[in-house]
Design a protein around this ligand. Structure first.
Ligand code: G6P
Length: 372
């Protein structure tokens, strides 16, 4: 009911601000310094089977599909396992050739999405080991999978998924460490990753202070007809998710794109009424994304950059090139999807409120889609 929202105007806003706690809950008891690894009670997966695995398929719908895309980057980088990501609705009918040593992981907040359930059942029929990452305990998909991991994010009421997404990404990062430690990841690297994950709740708390920057940006762009979201590497899926959030609750057309792919088409959309939101944290690709950003700016499109506080010379350079900056804390690349999602969730929320949209119950959408 409305009273559960406490001081917050909407469930979505409350759930965004719950993320320091929901991530803490996702990690509780699962980070094991003694093994420089992670541990999951219900995974039910023979380590030998995992060492022999030749492929992982991640499947889901909507926001859960975007978490799966982040999972692909994580598993391939740290566990060196080839990963395919499939929309559950495509996977269930596509009948792709799948190797025997393949593990299928279904990602779903509700555990009831019809297409994801069908993909899971089809995988089981073909004899694959199946796992589920679910939030709702005892849900159909949680019960039918061979094993899995609960998100422990608590009930998510807002139709647009926020805290479940960051919990999914957190669990995928922990699984990447676990899989990695049974295959290619050194104890030292495992330990460093765990240490950084332990700091997450505090870092997310700090990230949420970007809300003031976000409100300013929302004022500036809430009348746009279309918005572009651009990122590379781990932040490409985050760009997709940022665009989805905006579409879902503000009904503004938005597109997520790999920042460098932009020049092969979407750049034709750029004009004074089409803002571009660049995810441009410090790191190896900073200069590359910077030149993508300059290409957009040169064509007269408003540019908003999400980057890290700190390094003043780099910031001055960015400030000169873009119309607005949103600052978030600096973290290692594998945790950037979590940190950079927060301002995009808040931005979609603020824009929807400014446009008078029903944030918690957007038109035409359901919290969980149990029909095909
Ligand atoms: C619906 C919701 C989305 C959600 C998707 C998948 O479309 O509106 O927010 O991402 O279903 O839901 P699931 O429960 O499987 O994660």
């Amino acid at each position: 009911g409305d009273t559960d929202r406490g001081e917050f105007a909407h469930h979505m806003l409350k759930e965004i601000f719950e993320q320091p706690d929901s991530l803490e809950n996702a990690m509780r008891g699962r980070l094991v310094e003694a093994d420089a690894s992670t541990h999951f009670g219900g995974l039910n997966l023979d380590p030998q089977k995992l060492r022999q695995a030749e492929r992982i398929i991640l499947t889901g719908c909507g926001t859960s599909y975007h978490a799966a895309l982040v999972g692909e980057y994580l598993f391939e980088e740290f566990a060196r396992i080839p990963v395919e990501v499939e929309y559950a609705s495509e996977f269930r009918y596509r009948n792709p050739p799948i190797d025997r040593n393949t593990i299928v992981i279904a990602i779903t907040q509700s555990g009831e999405t019809a297409d994801t359930l069908a993909a899971l059942r089809e995988s089981k029929r073909k004899g694959h080991t199946t796992l589920a990452l679910c939030n709702v305990v005892g849900s159909t998909i949680a019960r039918e999978a061979d094993g899995g991991v609960y998100l422990h994010a608590g009930p998510e009421i807002g139709v647009a998924s926020t805290k479940a997404f960051t919990s999914q990404v957190t669990v995928l990062a922990m699984l990447a460490i676990y899989f990695g430690r049974l295959r290619h990841l050194s104890a030292l690297q495992g330990m460093q990753m765990i240490e950084r994950m332990r700091q997450l709740p505090e870092i997310i708390r700090e990230t949420l202070t970007c809300y003031d920057d976000v409100r300013r940006v929302a004022q500036r762009i809430h009348t746009a007809r279309s918005v572009l979201y651009l990122g590379r590497n781990y932040l490409y899926p985050v760009a997709l998710e940022g665009a989805l959030k905006l579409k879902e609750i503000s009904y503004i057309h938005a597109e997520g794109y790999p920042a460098a792919e932009m020049k092969h088409g979407p750049i034709a959309l750029v004009d004074a009424d089409t803002p571009s939101i660049f995810l441009i944290p410090r790191g190896g690709l900073f200069e590359k994304v910077m030149s993508n950003l300059e290409e957009v700016k040169a064509r007269g499109g408003p540019v908003i950059a999400i980057t890290n506080d700190g390094d003043e010379s780099q910031l001055a350079h960015l400030r000169a090139k873009c119309d607005e900056l949103i600052l978030v804390p600096e973290v290692p690349e594998f945790l950037q999807p979590l940190i950079c999602s927060i301002p995009l969730q808040l931005l979609a929320y603020e824009i929807a409120v400014l446009r008078g949209c029903d944030v918690d119950k957007p038109r035409n959408l359901a919290k969980s889609v149990t029909v095909e």
